[in-house]
Design a protein around this ligand. Sequence first.
Ligand SMILES: Cc1ncc(COP(=O)(O)O)c(C=O)c1O
Length: 365
Amino acid sequence: MSSRIYLDNAATSWPKPEAVYQAVDDFQRNLGAAAGRGAYASAQTSDRLVTNLRAGIRRLFEAPDETDVVFMQNGTDALNLCLFGLLQPGDHVITSVAEHNSVIRPLARLANERDVSVTYLSCESDGILLPATVAGAIQPNTRLIAITHASNVTGAVQPIHDIATLARDNGALTLVDAAQTAGHIPISLSRMPIDMLATSGHKGLWGPFGTGVVCLAAGLAEKIHPSRLGGTGVRSESVEPPPSGPERFETGNLNMAGLAGLAAAVAQLLESGTQHQERMQQPQRVGLVAFDLDGYDCHEVASILDSAFQIEVRAGLHCAPQMHAALCSRGTTRASWSSFTKDGEILRLAEALQQIANARSASQK
Ligand SMILES: Cc1ncc(COP(=O)(O)O)c(C=O)c1O
């Protein structure tokens, strides 16, 4: 296992900082109490853990103090909450072909069952969605612009500041899917008019699986219907969920061990700040490359990389079928790195690919 080269960080980051493993272990072993439900000292320690993590997420995304930070199970759960919770019959949504299925599938369901209309916009050949293209698609009933901050196929980073400004100027809301950028690229909710930011906790934020985050602009929580109903630890006398605040959506016990790990991760991200981000951010691209190797199926390449070189990459459509269709591709092999990836590991990938390509061209002679 020691020679394993993990290059699937766009799916989930690994390894995590040591402090994350320690925090999960410490929570499970020594604290173990639910948050938001008990008055005893250890339950209050769990409460503080959640409160401090909300504050840490606000700092990380430079969010105004009033921003609601909601903890969900993953990026998909976070996006589902925003889309199903907000959109109503007759609403129009603008999105792009670069979206992940966690946006495409909820929107397809909403189109079928709730009479929501959806416009999918094409990107330019460099993967960028132009604000002018978005402007041309705005209709009087456009309620939402839902856009991925960076594609998990092309790595292209979208001009979300300009797109969100356009939305605001036209009375629409903006939902940003930051699954591929949170932790990698600075995001400022104070400087960008983003209404909803949804992301995974287990990718660039370095948290464990089972963690996702939604940041909601002040006053928006009341307008979003919770996707799950049940115990929240507050206002238990009512049959209705709490009218506002994160507890409106955090139904049932939180994944406290996951959040303990995420809290340690966020503390480290805040400490390393731009230094870590500069290493990951290249002009308008995040740290991934999806490619085709001549004469090979994308799964075959991934399988050879694993079995012959112990290099772990992902193959297929990466849950982004429309992006592949736009690229006339039936699937790609994707390598994605993190700030823990060593330069030598990327070189090893390049050498391995060269050998795989050479082997095929030699066998074809
Ligand atoms: C762009 C994008 N959005 C959403 C998701 C879904 O995130 P999660 O795996 O946390 O549900 C992913 C995961 O790969 C993604 O790449």
